[in-house]
Ligand binder design. Structure first.
Ligand code: FAD
Ligand code: NAG
Ligand code: NAG
Ligand code: NAG
Ligand code: NAG
Ligand code: NAG
Ligand code: NAG
Ligand code: NAG
Length: 496
């Protein structure tokens, strides 16, 4: 990395791209000049840092930025945004780069990437329990630091490489969420660089509209340089578990799925966090219990009986044991450089309880169609809501996250181990979703921006991700980013 990208390199990039229409790449030289004048650190095109910073988690969506800056201070972020706005290119923060739609790169070619991951400091005030987290930290680093500095944590997802930026600004669901809520429920304040390059703080009492908007749709509103999260003291004892089920027929899967649904409606204790993980080759109930092994066994007993599940793994341990267990075998404390990728297509769904027609549609598609898909696919059904869920207990209007009331959150994920993702995969995933929603009124289901279907048009995407909160979000967007500097193809558009 050098502080001043050479003009030669930027002009070189423009020449390898199609020259037909007026393109943001025509502005590369002016942009580089502006950034260089403000001394914003940037990657040289084609350098090892450029390649690392431009590589998205999802290699299917590999976009080419018009420039990549690597701020180390909030002032660098302000200067980068000022240049993008002045020159007229779109700009986006990239934190962990784990967006399934590569939205950290703008979700299309020609954006200025503001690579935040060098700004990853985590400082816990052990007296107040408030953690100050820079806008480019990854979840594993946050978890490791909060534990080291005071045996504390907040609720968030499990993949150590995911960025706190994308995660906490759009939801943030994990194996603590039924007990402790979403990552965004733990946010108490943030420092944000707006499109006009001013820097503001927001919280419940300061710029409250902005604070509401960034807790659900943050990527469209500004660039968070620093978060403030409240935290909890980690429990002494937790138990993580895997309980495989062997549903061989559609009838058994229907009975099993019905039992899971009845469980989340009636019997699920607040201390239990669980999902049904349906993979191409196995199906598991799995999750985390806040308590000991005996407590888990008692909580699960009625469900185990009805589903014929086998409690194959139930390990009682401390906080970091579960963080490691769910961290997919990679080091927990992830910072720059990070270089792990997959090639896949995804979609998602939120629903309330399924009636018989809808459950049959799900199971029918699973057994008759999905089982013929030989790729490495999975559907994860998180037990998101229900009357003991911390997510559902919070006021639906408290943040711009629009889906608190839904019982289930589904992630559909279809990947290839090598080569390009095949085009027939798109319909395979989309049909799974539409078979389930076929008999549902449009107002009774939604989708999760952190598990996006990147092929939806912007209008559909906005409606499905933000539902009833969209009009208010669009009016806040108009106030803070009227020219849509922080544009991406599924983001919130300014009100007309
Ligand atoms: C392996 C893996 C596991 C996952 N597990 C979970 C899970 O358990 N639960 C869950 O809820 N989600 C999970 N996700 C989804 C994840 O939460 C989202 O992809 C999230 O948006 C990624 O954030 P990021 O910062 O890594 O991504 P990026 O691609 O860097 O950013 C995503 C979006 O957030 C914006 N953004 C990032 N940082 C900032 C910032 N500082 N200020 C303003 N905007 C910012 C970007 O501009 C972009 O629009 C997982 C994803 C992967 C790849
Ligand atoms: C932080 O506070 C907790 C009590 O809340 C205490 O047990 C711990 O020792 C403190 N840690 C540090 C590093 O000061
Ligand atoms: C935002 O709040 C932090 C922490 O309270 C403070 O240090 C900082 O000066 C504030 N910044 C602005 C722009 O108000
Ligand atoms: C559970 O096992 C019994 C006995 O083998 C079987 O009849 C029943 O269909 C199974 N139920 C499920 C949900 O797998
Ligand atoms: C949740 O709802 C079920 C009925 O659906 C009820 O039996 C149970 O007591 C409720 N639990 C709580 C904590 O409200
Ligand atoms: C399930 O709900 C849908 C939508 O309300 C309805 O069309 C369908 O008939 C219902 N099925 C059953 C078995 O009740
Ligand atoms: C359900 O899936 C089948 C098989 O892929 C597909 O042909 C059909 O169009 C889907 N139905 C709906 C309503 O999406
Ligand atoms: C920047 O935008 C914010 C939000 O619209 C506004 O309140 C502020 O006055 C603007 N600052 C300047 C210097 O224009």
């Amino acid at each position: 990395m050098r502080s001043h990208p050479s003009l030669f390199a930027l002009v070189g990039l423009a020449s390898i791209l199609p020259a037909a229409i007026a393109s943001p790449f025509d502005k590369a030289e002016a942009l580089a000049e502006c950034l260089s004048k403000s001394s914003v650190p940037a990657d040289d095109i084609g350098s090892p840092d450029w390649k690392l910073d431009a590589a998205p988690f999802n290699l299917r969506l590999n976009f080419t930025p018009v420039g990549i800056v690597v701020p180390t201070t909030p002032q660098h972020v302000r200067d980068a945004v000022a240049c993008a706005a002045k020159i007229g290119v779109k700009a986006n923060a990239k934190c962990g780069g784990h967006s399934y739609g590569s939205f950290g790169l703008g979700g299309e070619d020609g954006h200025l990437t503001i690579e935040m991951d060098r700004m990853n400091k985590v400082v816990l005030d052990n007296a107040t329990g408030i953690a100050t987290v820079e806008g480019g930290a990854r979840l594993g680093h946050v978890a490791a630091e909060l534990y080291d500095q005071g045996k504390r944590a907040f609720s968030h997802g499990t993949c150590p490489g995911v960025g706190v930026g994308g995660h906490a600004l759009h939801g943030g669901y994990g194996v603590s969420s039924h007990t402790k809520g979403l990552a965004l429920d733990w946010m108490v304040g943030a420092t944000v660089v707006l499109a006009n390059s001013t820097m503001v703080n927001c919280s419940e009492t300061e710029n409250a509209d902005l604070f509401w908007a960034i807790r659900g749709a943050g990527g469209s509103m500004g660039i968070v340089t620093e978060f403030r999260f409240k935290t909890f003291l980690v429990p002494e004892t937790v138990t993580f578990f895997v309980a495989p089920v062997q549903w061989r027929t559609e009838a058994q899967a229907l009975t099993g799925l019905q039992a899971v649904q009845d469980f989340v409606l009636d019997d699920m204790p607040a201390e239990l966090n669980m999902r049904l993980f349906i993979a191409s080759r196995f199906t598991n109930l799995e999750g985390l219990f806040y308590g000991d092994k005996a407590g888990l066994q008692a909580a699960l007993a009625p469900l185990i009986k009805k589903t014929n599940a086998t409690l194959a793994l139930a390990t009682q341990g401390g906080w970091l044991d579960q963080v490691k267990h769910f961290g997919n075998g990679v080091n927990v404390d992830q910072t720059h450089p990070y270089n792990y990728h997959e090639t896949f297509y995804s979609s998602s769904l939120y629903t309330n309880s399924l009636n018989e027609t809808q459950m049959k549609a799900f199971v029918g598609y699973w057994f008759k169609v999905a089982k013929t898909n030989k790729r490495d696919w999975y559907v994860q059904i998180d037990l998101h809501g229900g009357n003991t869920s911390a997510i559902a207990k919070a006021d639906a209007e408290s943040t711009s996250y629009a889906h608190r009331d839904y019982l289930f959150m589904y992630l559909f994920y279809d990947r290839v181990d090598k080569g390009a993702y095949p085009t027939e995969g798109f319909a395979a995933v989309q049909n799974f979703v539409s078979n389930v929603t076929d008999t549902m009124p449009k107002s009774s289901w939604g989708q999760y921006i952190n598990y996006p279907d990147p092929r939806m048009d912007q209008q559909t995407a906005q409606t499905n991700y933000w539902g009833q909160h969209l009009p208010r979000l669009q009016s806040i967007k108009k106030a803070v980013d009227p020219d849509d500097v922080f544009h991406y193809p599924q983001g919130v558009l300014p009100a007309a």
